[in-house]
Design a protein around this ligand. Structure first.
Ligand code: 5GP
Length: 117
């Protein structure tokens, strides 16, 4: 892996396999390798932004597109009626493992209250 690249870069370029559920052109959606809910999808921009805190004003349209794609994928995965949760971890205190901005889409059962552990 080159400096600054992550496992998600490898999923984007196809060198690491993933169960891809949707390719939005500038966005990509794939199943999390260690799911925390019956449906657990990782939503990313193909542009490598390290975290939400690293977005710039020029990324606002791209991230708006990502949010819209999330609703499309959630609907396609059958989550629209029951609802779902969207989370992004930013930095060490949040436990961000992969330094490529991503949103977790979680659903498929009642998730309970939002909690840290
Ligand atoms: P974070 O903790 O950074 O918010 O979330 C990173 C997520 O990426 C974790 O839920 C982890 O299971 C997932 N992940 C890490 N490596 C891979 C991989 O190679 N393939 C897939 N599909 N998911 C991965």
């Amino acid at each position: 892996m080159t400096e600054g690249s992550t496992i998600f870069s490898q999923i984007i370029d196809g060198t690491t396999p993933a169960d891809i559920v949707y390719d939005g052109g500038d966005t990509l959606f794939f199943r999390d390798i260690a799911p925390k809910a019956p449906v657990h999808i990782v939503a990313i921009t193909k542009k490598a932004i390290s975290s939400l805190q690293d977005m710039t004003e020029e990324d606002t349209v791209l991230l708006g597109k990502l949010m819209h794609d999330i609703t499309t994928v959630a609907d396609a995965q059958g989550l629209k009626e029951g609802g779902y949760r969207v989370i992004t971890n930013v930095g060490n205190d949040a436990g961000q493992e992969v330094k490529h901005l991503h949103f977790h889409i979680l659903g498929g059962e009642p998730l309970g209250p939002l909690r840290c552990q």
